[in-house]
Design a protein around this ligand. Structure first.
Ligand code: GDP
Length: 303
């Protein structure tokens, strides 16, 4: 199955929420009126877009509809779709070499899997990649990352479980410089219950990179599980306080994803969704395309 078909299938639950309801609304509404906006807001809320984002999006739609003096609900539907594409179509910050990709996110969201997928992706376009096991807290995390490193055929820097993650970063930076690697991807711990420690740990790692590898472009990617809904939004807020985030990678969009949360998260962090995970395999990482995403959300067929 192609990427679009899988995304579409994964988003079918959201689609049940979003598209069918929008279509139903449009079918039953000839002219745009107050009820129309109210219903549309409810639909966004049910699709996990969240209160703030939903209200702001509908306010903007209202502004455009009034400005262009649109009466026809079907035309407003198209404007609504265009608005969602615009929402998600934020340019990605450029890549620069050498680059350090710092990968953060709560346990279980697919962080380690995504590190493996990223390694393969950049390896395949001819970049030399190295991995660093910055999650020294979970003993299993190292082993899991080792499996992914092997699959992607890239070297992995790791220490004993329980050791200082900053020391791993230090060694990994030295190794990346010595081997002239293009890309160093650092996996980090995702335990949330100790927020203060996590924040300190992440900023300490970041300081080491800035100090010892100033020539590197640093990109911090937040991994989010698309199936967690509004809970994901709280995670995003927390990480935003701890580190500067440059992009989002949304995983599990092939599952019964509440795709609407992508819109809320994009707004909350004001950074682009960079990649999406559409499966458990090493090839199941795709560059995010706003237009395709909204089309899949609306259950439309590929052109
Ligand atoms: P971590 O704890 O954040 O490092 O998460 P893992 O990488 O161990 O992944 C947790 C689970 O999510 C594993 O069973 C993965 O196979 C699964 N997973 C990760 N990414 C995806 C994805 O894009 N789609 C699906 N369906 N499962 C995924």
């Amino acid at each position: 199955m192609g990427f679009f078909a899988r995304l579409k299938q994964g988003l079918s639950k959201t689609r049940g929420n979003l598209t069918e309801r929008v279509d139903e609304l449009v079918e039953n509404t000839v002219e745009v009126d107050e009820d129309f906006y109210e219903e549309l807001t409810d639909i966004l809320l049910l699709s996990d877009v969240g209160v703030r984002a939903s209200t702001e999006i509908i306010d903007e739609l209202r502004r455009r509809v009034e400005e262009q003096k649109i009466k026809d609900a079907a035309v407003a539907r198209q404007m609504f779709k265009d608005l969602l594409v615009e929402e998600m179509n934020i340019p990605r910050p450029p890549l620069g070499w050498p680059m350090v990709m710092f990968v953060v996110g709560v346990n279980g969201v697919g962080k380690t899997t995504t590190v493996g997928k990223l390694a393969l992706r950049f390896q395949e376009i001819g970049r030399s990649v190295m991995l660093a096991a910055g999650d020294t807290f979970r003993a299993a995390a190292d082993d899991q990352l080792a499996v992914w490193a092997e699959r992607a055929k890239v070297p992995l820097i790791k220490h004993q479980p329980g050791s200082d993650p900053a020391a791993v970063v230090y060694d990994a930076v030295q190794a990346a410089k010595a081997r002239k690697a293009d890309l160093l991807i650092i996996d980090t711990a995702g335990r949330l219950h100790n927020k203060k420690n996590l924040m300190e740990e992440l900023s300490k790692m970041r300081r080491i990179i800035d100090r010892d590898f100033p020539e590197a472009t640093v990109r911090c990617m937040l991994i989010m599980d698309a199936t967690t809904g509004q809970n994901g939004l709280n995670q995003a807020k927390m990480f935003k306080e701890a580190v500067e985030i440059n992009g989002i990678i949304l995983t599990k969009l092939d599952g019964t994803a509440k795709g609407g949360v992508a819109i809320a998260i994009r707004r909350e962090l004001n950074v682009p969704v960079w990649y999406i995970g559409v499966g458990e395999g090493i090839d199941d990482l795709q560059a995010f395309e706003a237009k395709e995403f909204v089309k899949a959300l609306f259950g439309e067929d590929e052109k």
